[in-house]
Design a protein around this ligand. Structure first.
Ligand code: PMP
Length: 441
């Protein structure tokens, strides 16, 4: 580890030497349950032979052909596959290599379509506080975690922020989930009016919030109202389904469960299941037609846009998920995971909330269940939980609380779609031990 800039310098990382199904094995032969799918990536688990064979078959044909010269069957078939199962109208796709790139493409395409439809004054972006949309400059700028931006300001684009849907902490006592959603939608509308309805380009939100809030789902009706408000003011709705999309919540796209279709949608992690780096921006026919009639080209491309090997891997992953009806398993095992977590933590003195959708579940740790006061972030409890979980052969995705006390440490789970009863039960058992040991130490 001498020549690598690892995320945490000086820390020893175990060598991952092989993977099979829901497990990863390190160099000592120790087995880990991949209960976080890495970071909600490995939806088919590890080492799936059919995906590997599809990738080999692609390599036997051609490894790379630049999209300024060629298209490829893998690229076209993947775009067809996505269009066939897309939310209404979202039937065009631009391929990239990951989530941040998909978000960058979304911001740029939104802007280009505003300019080319004669609305160049639309430049304000509205996102939500406590959000994460990626690590590149544009994506970082729209994100809503000040601590992530601190070292990099001033950022290139100024973004305005409204409240996320965070029922556990922000829904008032006596307020129905529907009334809470309405209150948040009104906050968005007020922000649009403050900026001037004609000046706002887009509103961006993660359908189910992953990393920053630990699988926090929207309340019923929230996105329908957001959609209405965006339509009323001509504001584009961009959904970030990089983490929560591609089947993770039990439907191919999380927004299906909210009854809305965005204008632009970023997808990534589960699209290629970790077999290759791939992400995509899905766009509505409306935006496609603006560009087609305007300059005739999206003014944006990466060298690896539509990489044939990445597309072949993603196509195989998506076809296997469909053929094996794995979304039904996501729903069944997601319900089991939620139930088991409730049983284990429902009365736990330091777990304030269990939440999520499908195989996308989170628990929030608090120092006091009554007041919901988080533990002091300086204690880095989330890092201790991760360490204790790894010691027990369990990978979960923990995140620290915020210094302002607006969220506590939480643990996100996103196990592979092939998980069975035993996997789910083992996850909860080991997580319980890891949390108890970390808090007790
Ligand atoms: N958006 C969301 C919601 C994410 O969770 C992530 C990654 N955690 C990203 C964007 C950025 O994706 P990537 O790390 O592939 O650039």
């Amino acid at each position: 580890m001498t020549h690598v800039l690892h995320r945490q310098i000086g820390k020893d990382y175990p060598f991952a030497v092989c993977g099979e199904g829901v497990h990863i094995y390190d160099a000592t032969g120790k087995q880990y349950i991949d209960a976080s799918g890495g970071a909600a990536v490995s939806c088919l688990g590890h080492g799936h032979r059919e995906v590997i064979d599809a990738m080999k078959a692609q390599l036997d044909k051609i490894e790379f052909a630049h999209t300024s010269f060629f298209t490829t069957p893998a690229l076209e078939e993947l775009a067809d596959e996505l269009a066939a199962h897309a939310p209404a109208g979202l039937d065009h796709t631009f391929f990239v290599s990951g989530g941040s790139e998909a978000i960058e493409a979304a911001i740029k395409l939104a802007r280009q379509s505003a300019v080319e439809s004669g609305q160049p004054q639309r430049r304000h972006l509205i996102a939500r506080r406590q959000s994460y949309h990626g690590i590149t400059f544009g994506a970082l700028a729209i994100g809503g975690r000040p601590s992530a931006k601190r070292d990099f300001s001033p950022l290139l684009i100024e973004t305005h922020h409204v409240s996320p849907v965070y029922e556990y902490r922000d829904r008032h006592a006596g307020e129905t989930p529907e009334a809470y959603g309405e209150r948040l939608a009104q906050e968005l509308e007020a922000k649009i009016n403050e900026l001037g309805g004609d000046n706002v380009l887009a509103f961006i939100a993660e359908t189910v919030v992953g990393a920053t809030l630990g699988a926090a789902p929207p309340v019923p009706g929230y996105f329908k109202r957001v959609r209405q408000i965006c339509d009323q003011y001509g504001v584009l709705l961009i959904l970030d389904e990089v983490m929560c999309g591609m089947g993770r919540t039990g439907t191919l796209h999380a927004c299906e469960q909210d009854g809305v279709a965005p204008d632009l949608m970023a997808i990534a992690k589960g699209l290629g299941g970790g077999f290759m780096p791939i992400g995509a921006l899905m766009l509505s026919a409306k935006i496609f037609n603006i560009i087609a009639k305007g300059s005739g080209a999206f003014q944006h491309s990466h060298t690896y846009t539509g990489h044939p090997l990445a597309c072949a891997a993603a196509l195989a992953v998506q076809r296997i998920i469909r053929r094996d009806n794995l979304l039904a398993n996501v729903r069944t095992q997601g319900a089991r995971l939620s139930r088991r977590l409730q049983e284990r933590f429902g009365n736990h003195p330091f777990v304030g909330d269990v939440r999520g959708r499908g195989l996308f579940q989170g628990v929030e740790i608090v120092a006091d269940r009554g007041t919901k006061e988080p533990f002091d972030p300086a204690r880095k409890l989330h890092a201790r939980i991760k360490q204790e979980a790894m010691a027990r052969g369990l990978m979960v995705y923990p995140m620290g609380g915020t210094k302002d006390g607006k969220s506590g440490d939480h643990v996100l789970m996103a196990p592979p779609f092939i998980s069975d009863n035993d996997t789910i039960d083992q996850i909860v058992e080991r997580l319980g031990e890891a949390i108890d040991t970390a808090i007790g130490s």
